[in-house]
Design a protein around this ligand. Structure first.
Ligand code: NAD
Ligand code: G6P
Ligand code: MN
Length: 433
């Protein structure tokens, strides 16, 4: 059997992961399960461990569940490691949102100034984990969910020898939405090909029964009520005919770029009213843990569907099983480009449909992007690469170079003041800028 380690196990998403494991018990045999968190998450992890044990028992599975704050003990001899921690926890997310808004910018977990700050807190920890894995479990696979997932994956790909794949639930949500638009019940009945960067992907093809259904799906979702949007992004209608003219479906996160002012105004209104997304999630999380505590509960509760990351376990568990069983199915993952997207470096991380094998993902290449879209993807890749460099070096000029090219970040005095505040607020987790 396999040793599975979950880093950041106190996440309220963990029961989903456990459900996915239970569903796949016959194809993905687990010997022991190790939950890892830090002191701040000890109590949440204990509640998750309790629920996990009840879920396993209810399904007749005799798998020991260990809880630890000592990562090395957990990583020793691991086969699969799922990384899903939040550096600085929710309070750091909320401060990213609030600081950005204070300086007239979109405040978001993985985009703009917030994405930059998140990366600078997270990448040093992610690289420390990867270095430990090189010693303690050099053959293990590291599945990264930890946001900003694309940048974290690229940092590990470039600075460590650990085998790693980055994941996101956005492609899964898009697949489910497309299935409902097409009136198909099984997402494996059609093929969706996506390409781009994490939270910056485009659906390029949808094939069903030998036909390209992309134009039809575009028509259906353009009528409004876009079913492709996760819970954390406010529903918005794309401008008329935009998608039809593009001939691609931009993922919902592209709204932050193509409809920046609309998104900014909406966010500002929410921040002044019900709260930022991080603040809303804090309340949601409190409610979820109240439910998880219940000793009668032995399954994933419906309430988890209020989170934007729902279905991520489908991706995580399916990916682990696909690697383990050499399934050679198509999944949408963050991996080394290697020519899949023309115009981006081979060694950068891209989010693309890939064939999943025992030797890892083999990215499918896509027809070249139109030049304007490619330029935007390249710009965002430069932002990501400079951000990774800044997160490692703590070089303020590198940070400035990253931020000043990001379309969601202001320049001049607003940027200087915002950056000062981000650095001051995050001293404990960021390199010394
Ligand atoms: P959360 O705030 O509950 O954090 C999860 C756990 O991480 C907490 O229990 C916290 O104590 C712990 N933690 C913090 N620092 C740690 C460290 N250094 N080592 C180990 N554990 C640590 O977060 P959440 O909302 O459940 O999300 C977890 C992570 O997964 C975030 O990074 C989030 O952005 C990401 N996420 C990604 C996707 C995706 O599509 N890739 C989907 C959902 C969530
Ligand atoms: C999903 C994204 C995740 C993100 C989550 C936020 O759309 O793919 O990367 O972490 O939403 O959801 P939340 O409920 O935390 O706002
Ligand atoms: Mn994501």
């Amino acid at each position: 059997g396999l040793k599975l380690v979950v880093i950041g196990a106190g996440s309220s998403y963990t029961p989903e992961l456990m459900e996915g494991i239970i569903k796949r018990q016959n194809e993905f045999p687990i010997r022991e399960l190790w939950l890892v968190d830090i002191e701040d998450g000890r109590e949440k992890m204990a509640i998750i461990a309790g629920l996990t044990r009840r879920m396993l028992e209810k399904n007749g599975l005799d798998i020991p569940v260990y809880e630890t704050l000592d990562r090395t003990e957990a990583l020793l001899g691991a086969d699969f490691v799922c990384s899903q921690f939040r550096a600085g926890c929710l309070d750091a997310r909320i401060s990213d949102e609030r600081i950005s808004l204070k300086y007239d910018m979109i405040g978001q977990e993985t985009n703009g100034l917030g994405g930059f700050a998140n990366a600078c807190r997270t990448i040093p920890i992610a690289l420390a984990i990867a270095k430990e894995m090189e010693q303690l479990c050099p053959d293990a696979w590291l599945l990264n969910f930890t946001n900003p997932s694309g940048m974290v994956t690229e940092a590990i790909l470039k600075h460590s020898t650990v085998k790693t794949v980055g994941l996101c639930n956005v492609p899964v949500i898009m697949q489910k939405g497309i299935a409902s638009a097409l009136g198909v019940s099984d997402i494996n009945e059609f093929i969706m090909q996506v390409a781009g960067l994490n939270h910056f992907i485009f659906a390029r093809h949808i094939y069903h029964e030998g036909k390209d259904k992309l134009p039809q799906v575009i028509e259906l979702i353009s009528e409004g009520n876009d079913p492709l949007v996760p819970k954390n992004i406010p529903p918005f209608k794309w401008p008329d005919r935009l998608l039809a003219n593009m001939g691609m479906i931009p993922c919902p996160y592209l709204r932050y770029y193509y409809m920046s002012d609309d998104m900014y105004r909406q966010e500002l209104g929410e921040a002044q009213g019900e709260g930022t997304r991080g603040e809303i999630v804090k309340e949601l999380e409190r409610e979820l843990f109240e439910i998880y505590r219940n000793p009668e509960l032995a399954e994933k509760p419906k309430a988890l569907e209020g989170r934007g990351g729902q279905y991520y376990s489908d991706a995580a568990c399916e990916l682990m099983s696909a690697i383990y069983n050499d399934k050679r199915i198509i999944m949408h993952v963050n991996t080394r480009n290697d020519g899949a997207i023309a115009g981006l470096p081979d060694d950068c991380a891209v989010e693309v449909s890939s064939m999943i094998t025992r030797s890892g993902p083999i990215p499918l290449n896509v027809e070249p992007f139109p030049e304007d879209v490619l330029r935007l993807i390249q710009l965002m890749k430069s932002f990501e690469q400079l951000t990774i460099e800044a997160a490692i070096s703590g070089n303020r000029y590198t940070a400035w170079r990253a931020l000043v090219i990001n379309p969601l970040v202001k320049s001049g005095q607003l940027l200087e003041n915002a950056l000062d505040e981000v650095i001051e607020h995050n001293k404990a987790l960021m390199p010394a800028f």
